[in-house]
Design a protein around this ligand. Structure first.
Ligand code: DP6
Length: 342
């Protein structure tokens, strides 16, 4: 049986940085689910054992250990997997050379295929619903992938400020969202196209002994409380303050861990400088966030799109590798593509 899903990437507003045990976050995180940056995955399940994996039609044996490790982790929940062979065909909407991590979209697309197949063969998921189970499996593949399961805004990690938030799986953001945030834009300015220099697993592990870890975790909890008010009232000025503080805190933590590392590049800083300058002059509510790399995510409301895109083209693309950027926005979440074929 072949099952196919497409699943988007996401960009964290409140960052997950630090984990314990098997993919349990040390603080809650909140993200916008994206729309155009996505992975499409088809899995052909047959009786047998082993894995084949291709990306854009090319065999990728080098991905097998990561997938094996993931399958090993999820087998406890899905013991039926031991008697199946998985032929995985996957493709990303964004080029591999864009420096955009595909783990959130890739692991969530694969997890959705696996949970759907489990359903098809009558495997009982227990008390959890389809999406909760898909989010658990995604989390076991890559923490941030747990949030890609839901459209709009997603939360992963327990917070006393958000009802039903959990460490085991992400949930759809459960509170009121001001309309301004429903179609917020994210232009990803591609500064560096290289593979991640520091694996996220190593980065997360450095939080265990980080001298500022406790302060960071309590700050993240407080930021959840703050963002709840911001998302409800549509206060974009406070949104700007919060998202930029989160981004710079993430990189500040990396720069102050042992060993420490610097993932931003000179052009990352140039872009940040230009964004702040343009914001001061134009009074448009644009802000930036960063993931664990050099690329800059430029966030702004849809109403500021025309002027902001002009600014991107006139001022920012000169700092992008090959003048590359991806214009994305908050999206609806994963989509099932399967037409059943036994
Ligand atoms: C900086 O989800 O890539 O993007 O669980 O080890 O796969 P693993 O880590 P990963 O970490 C993402 C960290 C981040 C912030 C975030 O997305 O919340």
């Amino acid at each position: 049986m072949k099952i196919s899903w497409e699943s988007p990437s996401n960009i964290a507003l409140i960052k997950y940085w630090g984990k314990r045990d098997i993919q349990i976050p040390l603080n809650p995180s909140i993200s916008f689910t994206l729309s155009k940056c996505k992975t499409t995955t088809e899995v052909h399940f047959t009786k047998g054992t082993g894995i084949d994996i291709s990306l854009d039609g090319k065999d990728k044996p080098e991905f097998i250990p990561k997938i094996e490790n993931y399958l090993q982790r999820i087998k406890e929940r899905h013991p039926w997997l031991v008697s199946y062979r998985l032929q995985i065909k996957t493709s990303n909407s964004f080029p591999h050379s864009s420096g955009i991590a595909s783990s959130a979209s890739g692991m969530s697309a694969l997890s959705l295929c696996i949970v759907e197949f489990a359903n098809k063969i009558g495997f009982k998921l227990g008390a959890l619903d389809f999406y909760q189970e898909a989010s658990i499996l995604s989390r076991l593949g890559s923490g941030s992938a747990s949030r890609s399961i839901y459209g709009g805004i997603a939360v992963w990690g327990e917070s006393s400020y958000l009802k039903n938030s959990r460490n085991e799986y992400a949930i759809k953001y459960p509170e009121i969202i001001h309309p301004i945030f429903k179609n917020y834009c994210d232009v990803i300015l591609i500064v560096d196209t290289k593979e991640k220099q520091v694996s996220s697993t190593l980065g997360h592990s450095l939080m265990d002994s980080h001298p500022f870890n406790e302060q960071r975790f309590s700050q993240a909890h407080k930021h959840v409380k703050d963002i709840k008010r911001i998302l409800q009232t549509g206060n974009v000025d406070d949104f700007i303050q919060l998202t930029e503080l989160e981004a710079l805190t993430l990189h500040g933590l990396m720069m102050s861990s042992s060993p420490n590392f610097i993932l931003i590049k000179p052009n990352t800083l140039k872009i940040i400088e230009k964004i702040r300058e343009f914001r001061n002059n134009s009074k448009l509510p644009i802000s930036f966030t960063l993931d664990a790399g050099a690329n800059v995510h430029l966030l702004f409301p849809n109403s500021a799109k025309n002027k902001t895109m002009e600014f991107v083209k006139n001022t920012l693309i000169q700092f992008c590798r090959g003048e590359n950027f991806i214009s994305d926005h908050v999206g609806l979440g994963p989509k099932r593509l399967t037409n059943f074929e036994e």
